[in-house]
Design a protein around this ligand. Structure first.
Ligand code: SOE
Length: 378
């Protein structure tokens, strides 16, 4: 189901969890969506043997160990960055300077300065037709994309209050080993950058409004974990709590954690407006709960929308009604939108500017927490 003459040639950097999720999406998107022709040309990783095996397993034609050499190649049009956050800025800036389209995993960067440099570079590159996008994949869940549509149609009226929480428990076990995600120098922060970035992006996307002020607390419950050569200090947060104020006047709360025993991957969103409310629970990710407060109070109540109709976002490309989708489909939808933006020469969303907007909120949360939870402007 592809069109266009010369294929878009893709290089992907990194092949761990996100690299596998993206590879799966690259391998799938052309079979279900009308996208320009593309090639999974080269997979890049540090370990020559490991990356060669991964390239074969994940559908890439070649493998390479030096991302700088790959970015310099004339036969590469797209760079997909799936490495830890401390490498995002350097690779993305080099790729944009070389005129490549860039998709980068979230969060955009580990620091505000890096995110600003990336957003500036993306804005300059866009004047030459270069497309850049941040991988906030939850925007591409059909139920959340439908929520955005319902809000844009005005069905919630004035949105007054929102709740965003993203809870996981993979660090609840105090003996879980150190990873790059628990070191400030590689991850930038803990649940904040990893999970709050998703929730903040999702809330800003749904409301079409930016967070303007926060008041926050962070906490690290397990301060030391088994490292390769003995106990190692954990230098990032395990959990974050914040209140949020939006430009529109809406107020909200944010709660994220990687020690929330029993919650596996729960990005829960609730929105309360003057004429309606919405609720999304990721454990039922094909469902959206909607309450129309303009209906008679006698019959009013949250009703479940099973988001599997061809009229719903992205669904027409997939299966008949009721044949549900999964988490991995959001990455397929992300690539569909990214490739279509490249083909049409239009900006992709979420842009690096959107990623920077999230980074500003994360930075304000850190500043607020460091000041004991005081109200901090974004
Ligand atoms: C780990 O906490 C993680 O993989 C995040 O990094 C992803 O962005 C999220 O979608 C799932 O959890």
């Amino acid at each position: 189901m592809t069109s266009s003459i010369r294929p878009v040639r893709v290089a992907m950097i990194g092949y761990a969890f996100m690299g596998r999720a993206h590879s799966n999406a690259w391998a799938t998107v052309g079979s279900f969506f009308e996208v320009p022709a593309f090639e999974q040309r080269v997979l890049v990783g540090r370990d020559a043997v490991g990356v060669a095996a991964a390239a074969t397993a994940l559908g890439w034609s070649e493998s390479a160990t030096d991302w700088r050499e790959v970015i310099a190649r004339d036969d590469i049009d797209v760079v997909d960055i799936c490495v830890p956050g401390h490498l995002h800025a350097e690779i993305a800036l080099a790729a944009l300077a070389a005129g490549k389209h860039v998709l980068v995993e979230k969060p955009l960067a580990n620091t505000l300065a890096e995110a600003e440099a990336m957003a500036d570079a993306a804005a300059v590159a866009s004047t030459r037709g270069v497309v850049s996008m941040v991988g906030f994949n939850y925007r591409r869940m059909p139920a959340l994309a439908l929520a955005r549509r319902i809000i844009a149609d005005g069905r919630l009226g004035e949105i007054r209050q929102v709740r965003g929480s993203y809870l996981q428990d993979w660090l609840a076990d105090a003996t879980a080993p150190m990873t790059w995600r628990l070191r400030r120098e590689t991850a930038g922060s803990g649940a904040l950058g990893d999970l709050a970035s998703h929730a903040v992006d999702q809330l800003q996307f749904l409301l079409g409004e930016r967070v303007t002020e926060v008041s926050a607390r962070t906490h690290t419950f397990v301060t030391e974990r088994p490292g390769a050569s003995g106990p190692e200090a954990v230098t990032v947060d395990d959990a974050v709590w914040a209140t949020l104020a939006f430009g529109s006047g809406a107020r909200g709360s944010l709660e994220v954690s990687r020690v929330a025993t029993g919650r596996k991957n729960a990005l829960t969103i609730e929105l309360f407006g003057s004429t309606g409310a919405l609720r999304f629970d990721p454990e039922e990710l094909n469902e959206l709960w909607f309450l129309d407060a303009t209906e008679s109070i006698e019959t009013q109540g949250f009703r479940r929308i099973l988001v599997t109709e061809p009229e719903h976002p992205y669904i027409a490309a997939w299966w008949p009604q009721g044949h549900v989708l999964g988490w991995e489909h959001s990455f397929v939808h992300e690539l569909r939108d990214f490739l279509c933006a490249i083909e049409s020469g239009t900006p992709a969303s979420p842009s690096f500017a959107d990623g920077l907007a999230v980074q500003r909120v994360l930075t304000a949360i850190e500043l607020s927490a460091a000041a004991g939870g005081s109200g901090t402007q974004v």
